[in-house]
Write a protein that binds this ligand. Structure first.
Ligand SMILES: Cc1cc2nc3c(=O)[nH]c(=O)nc-3n(C[C@H](O)[C@H](O)[C@H](O)COP(=O)(O)OP(=O)(O)OC[C@H]3O[C@@H](n4cnc5c(N)ncnc54)[C@H](O)[C@@H]3O)c2cc1C
Length: 328
């Protein structure tokens, strides 16, 4: 048995101080970190519990909503402000895990959950550049049903597993971070990284940084938004492909669209090509299909996941169609 020390952060400053110490890792609900410790993938000497830090969900003076990093996923999904103003976020969270896990998992931990690539999790038997930089990637040429089709690299084809983060990407959310030298705000779109040659560096966080809150800016399209997840089982399964989308139709044309895809890349994939293809168009099946095709044009599937390209295109077109029909 490996002994692990436990400490509880008393304040954000305390969390930052402890997070910067060698061998210390922050502990949210523990639903991902503790699993990975059992598998030997994560080996912290000390866990720093941050669930006592602010976890409220509040409206700011400018109408944005600020979600404390300690907010439980279940509480976010059920909150009246989230359900009414940002339904895609509520649905994305409810599409993930189980009620018990959502009640433990925190907003901060959800953003930082690690990939579900089976080769990453197989500490004893598989090579993984994310786990052991420079060791190789056994996913390439392996079982790739859940792996990336966009933005992958020869070093890593893993996907980001979070449903919540896909909705946050479409909503232009901002992550508030406290570090040893400063406090800063990182757009969600820049928070997670593509793998490149360093898949072990997954986010814009520096060692010792603490996520303090997630901010949802006011959005006129968020109230008419949706999240659709396609998976191998009806529940308790990660996305093969997911779509978070919001659309505003004005005077018979698409005035604004915000779209992100899940299950397809190392980070929540903001679908800016599809958004650009839609803006100004009269809603039609042909326009939805063309926008989806534009986004997936650069897809580079693995031998085992070519089906995801068509699946992503069709799911996106179907979500757009339903959202526009509601505003006809
Ligand atoms: C069986 C099962 C099924 C699941 N299915 C889904 C699914 O379908 N969809 C989905 O999206 N998710 C799913 N999940 C994943 C689940 O959503 C995550 O495990 C959860 O969101 C992680 O949150 P946590 O608070 O428990 O994080 P923890 O496990 O406590 O921490 C995760 C990481 O975040 C870091 N961390 C935590 N808080 C902070 C902070 N404030 N600042 C900086 N770093 C921090 C930790 O150090 C750690 O590295 C599933 C999990 C399980 C076990």
């Amino acid at each position: 048995m490996t002994p692990v020390a436990y400490r509880r952060a008393q304040s954000t400053g305390d969390a930052v101080r402890l997070a910067g110490m060698a061998g210390h890792r922050l502990l949210g609900g523990g639903t991902n970190l503790v699993d990975l410790m059992r598998k030997g993938v994560e080996q912290p000497a000390t866990l720093v519990d941050v669930t006592g830090l602010p976890g409220g969900i509040e409206e700011a003076a400018d109408g944005s909503i600020v979600i404390g990093a300690g907010a439980r996923n279940g509480a976010i999904a059920a909150h009246p402000l989230i359900r009414s103003r940002y339904p895609m976020l509520s649905r994305a969270i409810l599409a993930g895990a189980s009620a018990q896990i959502r009640n433990m998992a925190t907003a901060g931990g959800n953003l930082l959950q690690r990939t579900r690539c089976v080769y990453f999790a197989d500490e004893a038997g598989s090579r993984c550049n994310k786990r052991a930089p420079g060791s190789g990637c056994d996913a390439i040429g392996g079982f790739t049903r859940y792996h990336a089709i966009l933005g992958a690299s020869p070093a890593c084809i893993a996907t980001h597993p979070s449903d919540m983060a896909v909705a946050l990407a479409a909503l232009d959310a901002r992550v508030h971070v406290a570090g040893k030298d400063d406090a800063r705000v990182v757009p969600l779109a820049d928070f997670h990284r593509l793998p490149g040659e360093r898949p072990d560096i997954e986010t814009a966080l520096e060692p010792g940084d603490v996520i303090v809150a997630i901010e949802l800016p006011p959005s006129r399209l968020a109230a008419r938004s949706d999240y659709r997840k396609v998976r191998d089982r009806a529940s308790y399964a990660f996305a093969l492909v997911s779509v978070a989308a919001g659309v505003v139709v004005e005077d018979g044309r698409i005035a604004e669209a915000r779209i992100a895809l899940g299950g397809v890349a190392h980070k929540p994939w903001r679908a800016r090509l599809a958004e650009a293809a839609l803006e100004g168009k009269v809603p039609s099946e042909a326009a939805f299909v063309a926008a989806a095709a534009a986004e997936l044009a650069t897809a580079e599937p693995q031998p085992g996941n070519g089906f995801k390209v068509a699946l992503a295109q069709r799911t996106l077109a179907a979500v757009l169609s339903a959202l526009c029909e509601d505003q006809a």
